[in-house]
Design a binder for this molecule. Structure first.
Ligand code: SAM
Length: 318
């Protein structure tokens, strides 16, 4: 079972699995590494960088043999690229305040990250996965992370789930299948490698239509206040353009959904959504919406290419 998210990386990212341990204990075990203040200083093994954006996330030199270390083998740390940690951090769920759904969960990086935020609160996360083989991989990852108490794995198509059956759900992460154009080196799945090669407009249209459909389904859950949509694609068709199409949907706008502003979405992260894609919203709202999105460029930003946005529900006065 290989759950390593990427290879050929400029930085090896890993996070403390708070279900099993604390960052203090992990740092004690890694006391032989010298702490550096910036990513640029990770130019050789022997150093460790504590990320400034995601709590409990660390970068080390890729030559450092993390996968041979006991902290990785027994699931006390989980390898996950920095941008891939954005969705759970943006959702920032609070234990006891309601249920969280991961709509498209395998192999389970974001699901287990959510469980870290939920401090393994019992039955707090439901993770859906449509593909049978990937549902098995998800179960293995949840088990390895020690998340069986908090995470319920459901092998089902999320779009077929009736929102009324989940009245206590307050937040959803939707990280659906995408072109994978932000992934380099070895991808999640071998199959993705061929798919990511080119910018194929027809394929991107199909993906975007599926992405819109699955996010719209998440936005229809009655008590949900926050939905995070993310992709490991760098194409606007799967990112900003999906957001524009969703905001133009009458069912969605009339329910009070909008894109959360930058101040609530990793505000110090430098790379944001592309404003030219949001001109249909008008200059002010277009810019606010673009600034609310986060983007990461593959390698240049020290990890995989990524896009994430937080939809929040505002109260509508009748
Ligand atoms: N969030 C995962 C992680 O961080 O480890 C990666 C998710 S991957 C990009 C997308 C997953 O969504 C695939 O495993 C795919 O099989 C699953 N999927 C696609 N459509 C789905 C649907 N309608 N319902 C549930 N899962 C779906």
């Amino acid at each position: 079972l290989d759950l390593v998210e990427e290879d050929d990386t400029p930085v090896r990212w890993f996070r403390t699995n708070l279900i099993k341990t604390t960052t203090e204990r992990i740092l004690k075990e890694l006391a032989h590494l010298t702490q550096v203040d910036t990513l640029e200083e990770l130019d050789e093994p022997g150093k460790i960088y504590h990320d400034e954006y995601i709590p409990d996330l660390f970068g080390i030199h890729p030559k450092e043999k993390l996968t041979a270390m006991q902290i990785y083998i027994d699931g006390r740390v989980i390898i996950q690229s920095r941008p891939s940690c954005f969705p759970a951090h943006m959702l920032n769920p609070i234990p006891g305040e309601g249920m969280i759904i991961d709509a498209t969960a395998a192999p389970g990086n974001k699901t287990t990250h959510l469980a870290s935020y939920m401090r393994n609160h019992p039955d707090s996360i439901v993770a859906f996965e449509r593909d049978p083989k990937r549902a098995l991989i998800l179960r293995k990852m949840v088990n390895k992370a020690g998340g069986l108490k908090s995470i319920q794995v459901v092998h089902e198509d999320f779009t077929k789930i009736d929102p009324k059956d989940f009245p206590d759900t307050v937040g959803i992460i939707v990280d659906p299948s995408c072109s994978g154009s932000g992934i380099f080196g070895r991808a999640f799945e071998e199959d993705d490698k061929d798919k990511q090669e080119s910018h194929d407009p027809e394929r991107l249209r199909k993906l975007a239509s599926f992405q819109c459909k699955i996010v719209k389904h998440a936005l229809m859950f009655p008590k949900v206040k926050k939905v995070i949509y993310s992709t490991c694609s760098i194409h606007a068709e799967e990112n900003e353009q999906v957001v524009v199409d969703l905001l133009a949907d009458e069912d969605i706008s009339s329910a009070g959904w909008r894109v959360a502003s930058r101040e609530n979405v990793i505000p110090t992260w430098h790379r944001r959504g592309w404003p030219q894609e949001f001109t249909s919203l008008g200059p002010e709202e277009g810019l606010r919406t673009a600034e609310g999105c986060v983007r990461a460029m593959p390698k240049i930003d020290g990890g995989i290419g990524f896009f994430a946005v937080c939809f929040e529900k505002v109260d509508i006065e009748n």
